[in-house]
Design a protein around this ligand. Structure first.
Ligand SMILES: Cc1ncc(C[n+]2csc(CCOP(=O)(O)OP(=O)(O)O)c2C)c(N)n1
Ligand SMILES: [Mg+2]
Length: 689
């Protein structure tokens, strides 16, 4: 930057932030995309003043301590504008360097195409799939509200160390996604006044003007969902009105409402010809246009050149951040010393410590009984909730069939609703499976929560984009999926999952767990609490027999993903089953044993947990030499062929289900002892060839 201030800069001068910091942010965005020959410059250039205002003034953060518990969260829901975030992280002094910006979008860099949680300091969640950031932010705001109500309910407004805010930048695409409708409704119902969403209302998307796709009135829509809405029009020069935005943000919103600020902007402003064009969304501007951008801002600096005084201005965020953090730490200390037990409970929450003796508090079922795995899950939830305050959750309006209610846990709602309070541990998500799953990600990102959410397995399809992000981020969230096969009966093929297990197992980093009986279900819950990453707990509606097995064997077997449930050394054939089909496998094995065949039955509740075991254990359960194998699962056979091997057969269902009582539906789709017996004979024959 030249040391004398050109005239044009004075025209743009703002009261809110040093204009030179904005110029620097705009140029870094343009130049990084140019150098990478790929990226999304337009929005990053246009919103540089907004990001600067947030990172310099409104966001409470300490760039030297990106893990500070008292920090606000910033979510760039329009993750395509990642360079906007990286630029602020660099300018304010996070562990992101000028070289990192130069390496934007290159292999192994800290500045990947879209922001990735756990990869870059200061990135609070992975964004890019539009709508996800916004819905995840709703979950973060829920997590903060619940934490405050759980640990510091009596503090006055704004006086608790747990009062933190969530800031979101969202684009047209974010709001066009149906997910944002669900998320908006939840934020409104839950009265999340710790959430502020700035909507970049730039009238442009990839195919052209938003007039091509929408006549929606965002203010009316969010207002109808219970939000407080402000508008900030363009400044006279065509730039975003950063002072107007500053005034709106500083004024704060009404208690009990999330806030939407509809901010008019022009994409790529002030680039001379790219401004307002769809073309500037996702391609480098080109050398001539960038030269024009420099002219428009009256600067001549070389790419990536930052004047010391500009950097020292932007890096003053560190001093402010450190002192804010120190003040917060004092406040936190005060809070902690006021009540040692409470402080201890909070420490255990943060560190995700489980109570000692938890295992002994979990329910135990005796063999002979018939218990649905969803019932055993419901009982496990009660037992865990009693000693693990971090456990909370709910269902997408299926709490009863999913067995997800925490009895006497209260409902998570604002007190003014008269229906609950924010310490409530049951979340009524409504029929919003997608936002439920995305918000779970935000809840998990906001603290040491053990969050779960239920729906029918067939509707996991409505959650898949959020499940994928949970897996990508490695978040400890638990999906409760009941009604897991055609055995749900008369609701018929629309409600009977077929391909779901296979498709969920295809997600890297995701664990599917389908326990076979009540004790396996309780063991699965226990294992989930001790493992990392997201898990789907797949449960049946119908009663299944409790296996006559020692508890220790069930627990260690479930934890390791698979184990032999009968003692058959040197087997002729191995029958592998999951969930309710284990009973079928055992029945067939007993019949075959009478014929003198040595049939080992393996329960395999989790293929992923089993795959994580060492080779010796896997060989012990499934000896490679035994190639006669039968797999029994009332679902698509897709994905089982590796375990079945050359001689193995799969007793599955590769067509849609049928509306009939459970026993008839199972027979109609071939889940019968006769088919398992025939498969055993055939596999033994194939292996003997
Ligand atoms: C779920 C999803 N669908 C599609 C895309 C691809 N995509 C990236 S940005 C975008 C739309 C761009 O318009 P807008 O959201 O208004 O962003 P702007 O260009 O104004 O920054 C699309 C379709 C995506 N990232 N996520
Ligand atoms: Mg747009």
């Amino acid at each position: 930057m030249s040391s004398t201030q050109p005239e044009v800069l004075l025209q743009h001068a703002s009261e809110s932030v040093d204009h030179r910091a904005v110029v620097a942010a705009r140029l870094l965005a343009a130049d990084a995309v140019e150098r990478a020959r790929s990226g999304h410059p337009g929005t990053a250039i246009a919103l540089a003043p907004v990001a600067t205002l947030l990172f310099q003034k409104h966001l409470r953060h300490d760039p030297t301590r990106p893990d500070w518990a008292g920090r606000d969260r910033f979510v760039l829901s329009c993750g395509h504008a990642s360079i906007l975030l990286y630029t602020q992280l660099f300018l304010t002094g996070y562990d992101v360097t000028l070289d990192d910006l130069k390496e934007f979008r290159t292999l192994g860099s800290r500045t990947p195409g879209h922001p990735e949680y756990g990869h870059t300091a200061g990135v609070e969640t992975t964004t890019g799939p539009l709508g996800q950031g916004l819905a995840t932010a709703v979950g973060m705001a829920m997590g903060f509200a619940h934490e405050r109500a759980t640990f510091d309910a009596d503090a006055a407004q704004g006086q608790s160390p747990f009062d933190r805010r969530v800031w979101v930048l969202a684009s047209d695409g974010d709001l066009q996604e149906g997910l944002s409708y669900e998320a908006g409704a939840l934020a409104g119902r839950f009265g999340l006044d710790n959430l502020t969403v700035i909507y970049d209302d730039n009238d442009i998307q990839i195919e052209g003007g938003t007039a091509l796709t929408s006549v929606e009135d965002a203010a009316a829509r969010f207002g109808a969902q219970g939000w407080h809405v402000d508008r900030v029009e363009l400044a006279a020069d065509g730039d975003v009105d950063v002072d107007g935005l500053d005034r709106v943000l500083s004024a704060g919103g009404p208690a009990g409402k999330p806030r939407l600020v509809i901010l008019k902007s022009q994409i790529a402003f002030p680039a001379p010809t790219a401004v307002g064009t769809a073309g500037s969304h996702g391609a480098p501007l080109g050398a001539a246009e960038i030269a024009g951008l420099r002219d428009a801002m009256g600067v001549t600096d070389a790419p990536f050149e930052i004047a010391d005084e500009v950097l020292s201005y932007t890096r003053s965020a560190v001093d402010r951040g450190v002192s804010a953090r120190l003040r917060w730490e004092d406040r936190f200390e005060e809070w902690a010393s006021a009540d040692a037990d409470r402080a201890d409970a909070h420490r255990r929450f943060t560190e995700r410590t489980l109570p000692e003796g938890l295992l002994a508090q979990l329910p135990v079922y005796s063999s002979g009984a018939s218990v649905a795995t969803r019932d055993a899950s419901g009982a496990a939830i009660q037992a865990i909730a009693a000693s693990v305050p971090a456990l909370w959750g709910g269902s997408a309006d299926l709490a009863e069939p999913n067995r997800t209610e925490i009895k006497n846990g209260g409902s998570f709602l604002p007190e003014i609703s008269g229906l609950g309070d924010r310490a409530g541990r049951n979340i009524h998500w409504g029929v919003r499976e997608h936002a439920m799953a995305s918000a779970m990600n935000g809840i998990a990102l906001s603290g040491g929560w053990r969050i779960f959410a239920g729906t029918f397995l067939v509707f996991s399809d409505y959650q898949r984009p959020a499940i994928r992000l949970a897996a990508l981020m490695g978040l400890p969230v638990t999906y409760i999926w009941s009604h897991d096969s055609v055995a749900l009966g008369q609701d018929g093929p629309t409600h009977q999952p077929i391909e779901h297990l296979a498709s969920l197992r295809a997600i890297p980093g995701f664990s599917v767990v389908r326990p076979a009986d009540a004790n396996e279900t309780v063991a699965a819950w226990h294992a989930i609490l001790h493992k990392d990453g997201p898990t789907g707990l797949v449960l049946g509606r119908q009663g299944v027999p409790v296996l006559p097995l020692p508890l220790d064997r069930v627990r260690s077997g479930v934890e390791r993903g698979a184990y032999a449930v009968n003692d058959v050394a040197d087997p002729d054939v191995i029958v592998i089953a999951t969930g309710s089909e284990l009973a079928l496998a055992l029945e067939a094995a007993t019949a075959k044993a009478a014929d003198g065949l040595k049939v080992r039955v393996v329960s395999m509740p989790s293929r992923e947990w089993f795959a994580a075991q060492d080779a010796a254990y896997r060989e012990e359960v499934l000896p490679e030499s035994v190639t006669a194998r039968v797999i029994v699962e009332a679902a698509a056979s897709f994905g089982w062929h590796d375990i079945a091997g050359r001689d193995g057969l799969i007793v599955g269902i590769d067509e849609f289900g049928v509306s009939a009582p459970a026993d008839q539906a199972l027979v109609a789709r071939g889940m019968t002892p006769a088919r398992v017996l025939a498969a055993i004979d055939e596999s033994v024959r194939l292996a003997d060839r």
